[in-house]
Write a protein that binds this ligand. Structure first.
Ligand code: F6P
Length: 324
């Protein structure tokens, strides 16, 4: 089937670099003579029939912007079959021959259902600050988020060291520790608390009390582990066990915003280009993944697998040596 009209949407939590991906989809689509339509606010835009034409000019000056010009959101209604049926009919009525879905695990689940039920060919582009999608070692936004968190940790270290204070810095990542591990290592954290390798509070207290080069301040990076704010509770318990004080800094949504890094812009641009090329080549129900620093066409992840999580201890062991 010739692909003449494609639709692009950004869904789930936004991530820096999504605009670069939209831009690449729009410009590549037009290069190959296609009409490109944007769907506003993720799958909600299909329900609300909120579409906009996207011309090459529509995406001028957005490559450096955080967020997403198409807006994003988590649309629980899209998991209802009758709603998807209505959306599929709408897509058909609009004569859309292909879709590019930019988003995370929930978005790919919606995309897979739509495509399995007779929707148009769909190619996914992984976009999430969590880097937690199977079949890809990289998701757009991860690099910017880890640099944002790292800059915050560097600032905190200055004041921690001046005041001889201990800090718990909580980073996002939902159920996965990729963000926490990277910023912990790069920020020189004394301890990194990860959902994949839990540590008992007594062990943690022991670790913190162990003498370390007469150092009076410390940075402990805590992954949110799908319980945002949990570092407050950890700090209270640690205070009791170690008789020391802990300041808490929850970085939260600061990690989701900001101008995308070079890496995110470049990978998003490459993924956008390849998503459209693969639709043209007749591919569907796949995503553009990254494997050993090369782009690779991958199946959409099986939603029953849950998020990708850390499985190797190697970098955690390395950090323990470096911070001893
Ligand atoms: O998936 C991206 C993410 O930022 C997670 O790290 C975080 O747990 C979650 O989204 C927060 O979601 P919301 O913006 O809906 O509060």
């Amino acid at each position: 089937m010739a692909i003449k009209k494609i639709l692009v949407l950004t869904s789930g939590g936004d991530s820096p670099g999504m605009n670069a991906a939209i831009r690449a989809v729009v410009r590549t689509g037009h290069h190959f003579g296609m009409e490109v339509i944007g769907c506003k606010s993720g799958f909600q835009g299909l329900i609300d029939q909120n579409l906009i034409p996207l011309e090459p000019d529509s995406v001028a000056n957005c490559i450096q912007m955080g967020g997403t010009i198409l807006k994003a959101g988590r649309c629980l209604d899209f998991f209802k079959k009758e709603i998807r049926d209505q959306c599929r009919a709408f897509i058909k009525q609009k004569q859309i021959d292909g879709m590019v879905v930019i988003g995370g695990n929930g978005s790919f689940k919606g995309a897979a259902l739509l495509s399995e039920e007779g929707g148009p060919p769909i190619i996914g582009i992984p976009g999430s600050i969590d880097n937690d999608i199977h079949h890809t070692e990289y998701t757009i936004g991860f690099d910017t988020a880890r640099n944002t968190a790292l800059a915050a940790i560097d600032n905190i270290r200055d004041t921690a060291s001046s005041h001889d204070r201990n800090f718990l810095v909580e980073v996002m990542g939902r159920n996965s520790g990729f963000l926490a591990l990277d910023v912990g290592i790069a920020g020189g954290a004394e301890v990194i608390i990860l959902p994949e390798f839990p540590i008992s509070i007594d062990k943690l207290a022991e670790k913190i009390k162990a003498p370390r080069r007469h150092k009076q301040s410390s940075i402990i990076v805590v992954a949110e582990a799908d319980q945002p704010g949990r570092s407050v509770q950890i700090a209270e318990t640690l205070s009791r066990l170690t008789e020391a004080q802990y300041r808490v800094c929850i970085l939260g949504h600061t990690q989701r915003g900001g101008s995308p890094s070079l890496l995110d812009r470049k990978i998003a641009s490459m993924m956008g280009y390849h998503a459209v090329k693969n639709l043209l080549d007749g591919e569907s129900h796949k995503m553009i993944g990254m494997y050993q620093n090369n782009l690779a066409l991958q199946p959409l992840p099986d939603p029953t697998l849950g998020p990708r999580i850390l499985t190797e201890r190697e970098l955690i062991d390395l950090n323990e040596v470096l911070c001893s």
